[in-house]
Design a protein around this ligand. Structure first.
Ligand SMILES: [Fe+2]
Length: 294
């Protein structure tokens, strides 16, 4: 396995912003030594029934960053989300910063480009993003060293982003009592997800882990922060030495019973374009519904 350049001595200030409409947590990650920051997994609001898009959640992040005069350097997407829309371009227009995602986005664009019958003007080369990360690629936020770990399984392009002693796992893991995300989307695979989770759990025990989602299982309050040690010991799907075979059996049976996320159709069309809403031939923002296509 790749030896990743972990720097536990750098401890970013991490602020989570919970979006109750989609149970997503967006993060502002601030360098304690400079005024630099990054955003991980922003959310654009949609009333899908009405076809209406608004920006309350993204505006919270923008206001926070503006109020403190922070410099936004990166807008990171852990993956092409299927349950909420990214606000990356809206934020970039106002605050700058580079939008980054895993390089396997090209496979995701190929797959969903077919499902949504996109024309040749839809580029499938990831060029809508400013940076495509490969496994082990590093970058900086201010003086904080960061790197990406390829953690496929939920989707082919999933990356975990590690900033100092904080790892943003996307949908690779949920809180220990939430287990793991589904692995049945096109390009998903339960065994691959298990292997990716093992990669994350091979990081130092004290590494802080930040979730992209929490659903407050068994009525507990929403939480989004845990550690590698806690996940290893207590995660209900992979903790306590559960085998790959056990995980695959459980995950496959469970996924077969799950309904599609409510926002999967608009989410995929927007997120595979780095958060841009597609337009029709006259340039008007327009979404499609592929009938029996998913
Ligand atoms: Fe996801």
């Amino acid at each position: 396995m790749t030896a990743y350049p972990v720097t536990m001595s750098v401890q970013p200030e991490v602020r989570g912003y919970f979006d109750s409409a989609t149970n997503t947590i967006s993060y502002i990650v601030k360098d304690p030594a400079t005024d630099a920051c990054a955003i991980v997994d922003s959310v654009m609001d949609i009333d899908y029934a009405a076809g209406r898009i608004t920006y309350e959640h993204a505006d919270r992040l923008i206001e926070e960053i503006s109020r403190e005069n922070l410099r936004l350097e990166w807008i990171i997407e852990t993956h092409v989300h299927a349950d909420h829309l990214s606000a990356a371009p809206y934020i970039q227009d106002r605050l700058g910063g580079k939008i980054g995602i895993g390089s396997k986005i090209m496979a995701v664009q190929e797959e969903f480009g077919k499902i949504f019958n996109e024309g040749t003007d839809f580029q499938r080369d990831g060029s809508q993003f400013d940076r495509l990360f490969e496994d082990g690629d590093s970058y900086m936020v201010g003086e904080m060293p960061c790197f990406a770990i390829h953690t496929p399984g939920h989707t082919p392009a999933c990356m975990t982003h590690v900033i100092g002693d904080a790892a943003f796992v996307g949908d690779t893991l949920f809180m220990p009592d939430g287990g793991s995300a589904r692995a049945d989307f096109p390009g998903g695979d339960a065994g691959t997800l298990y292997d990716s989770i093992r990669k994350v759990l091979s990081l130092p025990d004290e590494m802080r882990l930040f979730m992209c989602h929490d659903y407050g299982p068994n009525g507990r309050d929403i939480q989004w922060e845990t550690t590698v040690a806690e996940e290893k010991a207590n995660n209900i799907h992979v903790g306590g030495g559960k085998t790959r075979e056990e995980f695959i059996r459980f995950r496959t049976e469970r996924d077969a019973q799950l309904a599609m996320p409510k926002l999967i159709i608009p989410s995929l069309q927007v997120n595979m374009r780095a958060g841009e809403v597609p337009t029709d031939k006259d340039g008007r923002p327009m979404l499609k519904v592929p009938v029996n296509g998913l």
